[in-house]
Design a protein around this ligand. Sequence first.
Ligand code: ADP
Length: 370
Amino acid sequence: MRVSERAQRTQVPGSAGAGVPPGVASVLSVLRSSAVVVDAEDRVLRASSAARAFGMVSDDRLVLDELLAMARLVRRDGEIRETEIQVGRARGRSRADGRWFAVRVAPLGSHGLVLVLAEDLTDMRRTEAIRRDFVANVSHELKTPVGALSLLAETVESAADDPEAVRRFAGRMQYESVRLTNLVQDLMTLSRVQGDEPLPDMRPVGLDEVTAEALDRCQIKASSKEIELAVGGQPGLKVRGDEELLITALRNLVDNAVAYSPERTRVVVSTRRVDDLNIEINVADQGIGIPDAEVERIFERFYRVDPARSRQTGGTGLGLAIVKHVTTKHGGEVTVWSKEGSGSTFTIRLPLLEPAAETPAAPLHTTAEI
Ligand code: ADP
């Protein structure tokens, strides 16, 4: 729930500052915290709308027993007190429900008035929890290849007299270190595109070049499964963006299309101008598809429909999170259509570069649209 600043300034109807020492009301109105003033009889003289909206005050009473008890103690001994409280947690639901507040209760003047200030910590707590989860996930993901490498190193040592075994284990060490490098590379890319700062390297970028480069980087993997990579759609389209990041995003989609498709199928990348303002890049495969219930989650970091399969294909679980953030950073969005057993089509939609200037004189037509 968000309560606007204007709303926070609103006073209790019918109790506009009554009994509150002069000047205090205006000070409270500029504070970001929810504020409540109670009088010597525990009646609420003034409450910000946020305090009401968050369920701390109802009519002229402090609803939460904990706050009321604190206000009485403070009135009695004049000591400032602090605590953290959770408001609006539904019965039987997890601790993540409801909102968290840091509360300070202090005496106000000498007539038994007490001030309750509550600062909303909910968003901070959520961000902290997400960060903690992410660090735990990263550590877990790093542990696997690092553990495998150290085991392999031990095995190589003990197989020093068997050149064939050494060669085999060295190959597996190489595989694990590639996995580790990919993971670190993806983490670095993700941290670049996750923040709020704009990308520094935005210039006109041709989609033909982005597509060619992305396909080039997937060619070896595709050939090993005899998967045909085809290009179609409208050539010559341009967007404003960071070329390397756009290539990375498209390569991730094509990489997945290849990884989650059976041998001897087809992956098609096509570009088209949707309207005066936008272009689309489609990546369509004839692969295993994604169950309806999972489609929502696949763009989350480290989320995999089938973790064992993703590990087998060398996936980091970060590919689609990168695609999502890169597209968002470019003012666009990524969507997916998928049918289990039939295939998936991922679509990146981006703003067209200088739409007015780019409008061709002749009507648009699509060449070899697939
Ligand atoms: P990964 O490294 O595991 O491929 P991604 O973030 O790229 O991680 O993708 C997340 C998950 O989404 C994958 O593990 C897979 O289950 C599913 N997925 C992504 N692309 C496709 C696709 N083209 N076809 C089927 N499933 C896909």
